[in-house]
Design a protein. Sequence first.
Lengths: 104, 176
Amino acid sequence: MIPPVGLTHFVIVSAILFSLGIYGVITRRNAIMVLMGIELILNSANINFIAFARYGGMRLDGQVIAVFVIILAAAEAAIALAIVLNVYQRFNTINVDEVSKLKE
Amino acid sequence: MMNNLYDIFFYFFALISLASAAIVVFSRNIVHSAFSLLFTFCGVAGIYVLLNADFLAVTQILIYVGGILVLIIFGVMLTNRIVDVEIKTGTLQTLPASIIVAMMAGTLCGIFYVTDWNSVRETPRLATTTYRLGELFMTTYVLPFEVASIVLLVALVGAAMIARRDKKSTYISPKA
């Protein structure tokens, strides 16, 4: 008998999403793949915030924090892609293992 | 019956987001990864709807799918030679990474499963959250809201500055 969906189900989904994101960040060498892993991690954190907002009796405060997380994710994606484009123009690769110099 | 429908939708959205997240992480083709990320974001938006966060679900679709995903696909298209038919990305240390991540996922899920959460009573469903959220942003959270708007402005201006192609230098290393 499967118990009805509750807080545990949501946090377990977010835990698996978080682990997949960590796996992407630590195994990929392409900087854009690392970014995608970070987006997965941020999404899993957001699921946690909203699940606890609903089931933890905090009403809407968790959702407000989730909005801030989305704002910061947008800023982070813009900055990171600008940096990735610059790195590509300078080193002609976005393999994060080969980009090991800050200054030539 | 209503509860059953809720459960079915939860498993549907969870399956969509987790399966496509697995494709994002395990696919060797970066374009496949980028497009699977679309389904992950949509599945997560569905989970938000189930959690009574309608405004956040729409925000998720607008900002993640409409903004961040487009940026990521721009990045993919601008940094890979598209003339290559296969756009592969390398992986490294897959085995230790899988072991560590599997252990971490197992630990997290086990802890989440056995924890007796203190207050798992459901809060009553609000009709819509947008009005209350706007109220909170303009009252309790007005300072973080303004700071976040400045952060976003500065980040976007900075990104435009960094990514701009400099006319004078030619991006060839000075020694070469």
